[in-house]
Design a protein around this ligand. Structure first.
Ligand code: ATP
Length: 502
């Protein structure tokens, strides 16, 4: 009679062999169970139950009070463990059978691909699978929809991790289906603007999400056409409205696609360029202005730039809507010089109040060779899986930044990576409509703008005389302070051609 035994591997099994294999394959689960049993035997099961109850109550309170930190330090491990056994493992045999992913051995055994491990982020689970001999990732790709529906997931995608090992990634939830992302109220008073916290939307946990122009410095938004880059950039400008109005922020806007994105805001801008040649002129002027400021501040001995501390030294924000128009789809001479200027702006002006915000549809090295100089990178919906790591850095997609899987009907949704956090964060910028932009224009260009009383040099304690003696050859230092930076004064008589940090 035909042997219909099911095996996940290739060897014949005895109970002892099966037990040993289980122990070897699941050391953490077995270790935890063993530790619980030994502890119970040692301290008594009553004491252990009371301890377990108290731990669960503390964990539940933590999860209710601060879901994101709970999830970061405990939730995702617990969820991965729980889902491994109660969802993926429990149904594995049935699912691979129904999807036709099993094999028969010459001896008549039925072989199943092995479920190796499960990792869980807030929205996605990643199930690592070892393929059977003769299987290829394409066999699994062909049944992804069936796998997703078997596991009740919204969608599934596949990554090849190494030969014979793949990750099946299941999207379990879509927070932005239920989270309505209201547009943050536009601030009207200058003191309401905090450069390190400029609210523009919500994160996947429903918390307010804000951009940080102090520590986050320069921002790169990568997203396919229609991904919602406009909402991110206009959202940022709305959050800066009172400072734009008073001149504490000066906007240099380069919209080389003929002004399609920013043309309507022309009145707001200090400079606006709508084609590649005038864009290059604008970039030159921007760099010359900040170079001159750097020299001037060095001469004055001003070693710090504090946002808004002087009318002479506003925050100069360079906004570039479509980088490819300046770096890829233009004359080689224009692109070469533009890349040099942009690299310089990114590398040298943080300490004198220069910031860059740029958008691109393709985050490739050809389009943006200096992408490593953008400390904050945001990946909206991208056309290709390979773009995700280009936009966010090596390994970002493996850690759960599935920007290529953001659906078309969710513009404004993006992933970003944060220092000190392994998992990427899924966020959504609120939609900025034409009316919201008009509101910004009306407010920021209103003639009733308040005249600022900036502190003078005497107030800020800078010493012009002594500064003159110092000359301009000083070395760069930047403090970690959130709102004060030391001036960076570098002799930059030479062109900076080697900023390609990508
Ligand atoms: N945050 C958002 N929430 C909801 N809908 C949005 C959001 N942002 C944009 N949209 C919608 O998506 C459309 C495209 O957005 P947008 O023009 O900002 O994309 P884009 O990335 O700038 O595209 P392109 O590169 O072609 O200019 C908008 O017209 C709007 O209807």
């Amino acid at each position: 009679m035909r042997d219909t035994r099911v095996t996940a591997g290739e060897t014949e099994r005895t109970p002892a062999r099966l037990l040993l294999r289980f122990l070897a394959r699941h050391p953490r689960s077995v270790g935890t169970l063993a530790a619980v049993t030994i502890t119970g035997a040692y301290v008594g099961f009553h004491v252990m139950l009371i301890g377990a109850g108290a731990t669960m109550a503390a964990g539940a309170s933590w999860a209710v009070l601060d879901r994101p930190t709970f999830d970061r330090f405990a939730g995702r491990w617990l969820r991965a463990w729980w889902r491994r056994w109660l969802t993926y493992h429990r149904k594995w045999q049935r699912v691979v059978f129904s999807c036709g992913l099993v094999q028969s051995s010459p001896k008549g055994d039925t072989r199943l691909p092995r479920l190796v491990s499960v990792r869980s982020a807030w929205c996605w689970d990643s199930v690592r699978v070892r393929l059977l001999d003769g299987q290829t990732p394409a066999d699994y790709e062909a049944v992804l929809d069936r796998l997703a529906s078997s596991y009740n997931a919204r969608r599934a995608t596949l990554r090849t991790l190494k030969p014979q090992v793949i990750s099946l990634d299941f999207q379990r939830r879509e927070p932005f289906d239920v989270l309505l992302t209201p547009l943050p109220e536009m601030p009207r008073e200058e003191h309401a603007v905090d450069l390190s916290r400029l609210p523009i939307g919500q994160d996947e946990y429903g918390r307010e999400f804000a951009l940080n122009l102090v520590d986050g410095l320069h921002h790169l938004f990568a997203g396919a056409t229609g991904a919602g880059k406009g909402s991110w950039m206009w959202g940022l400008l709305r959050a800066l409205a009172p400072w734009i109005r008073s001149g504490r922020v000066r906007l240099w806007v380069l919209d080389p696609k003929g002004g399609m994105e920013f043309g309507q805001g022309a009145e707001l801008f200090h400079r606006l360029a709508t084609d590649d040649q005038s864009g290059l002129d604008l970039a030159r002027e921007y760099v010359d202005t900040l170079d001159a400021r750097k020299t001037e501040m060095g001469r004055q001995g001003r070693r710090t730039w504090t946002p808004g501390d002087s009318a002479d030294y506003p925050l100069d924000l360079l906004i570039i809507d479509e980088l490819a128009s300046m770096t890829e789809y233009t004359d080689r001479d224009i692109s070469r010089e533009f890349e040099r200027l942009l690299s310089k702006a990114l590398a040298q002006f943080r300490a004198v109040g220069g910031r860059v915000v740029a958008a691109t549809q393709e985050p490739t090295k050809d389009v943006i060779p200096m992408r490593g100089l953008f400390p904050t990178k945001v990946a909206l919906r991208l056309e290709e899986a390979s773009y995700v790591d280009m936009a966010l850095g090596e390994g970002a997609r493996d850690r759960g930044a599935f920007a290529d899987q953001i659906p078309d009907y969710m513009p404004g949704v993006a992933y970003l990576t944060r220092e000190g956090h392994r998992e990427p964060l899924r966020v959504r910028a609120a939609y900025t409509s034409d009316e919201d932009i008009t509101e910004l224009l009306r407010f920021a260009t209103s003639t009733e703008a308040t005249v600022l009383n900036f502190p003078t040099d005497t107030d800020t304690g800078s010493n012009t005389d002594s500064a003159e003696a110092t000359g301009t050859e000083q070395t760069a230092t930047v403090t970690d302070s959130s709102d004060i930076e030391h001036i960076e004064v570098i002799d930059d008589g030479e062109d900076d051609d080697d900023f390609d940090a990508a």
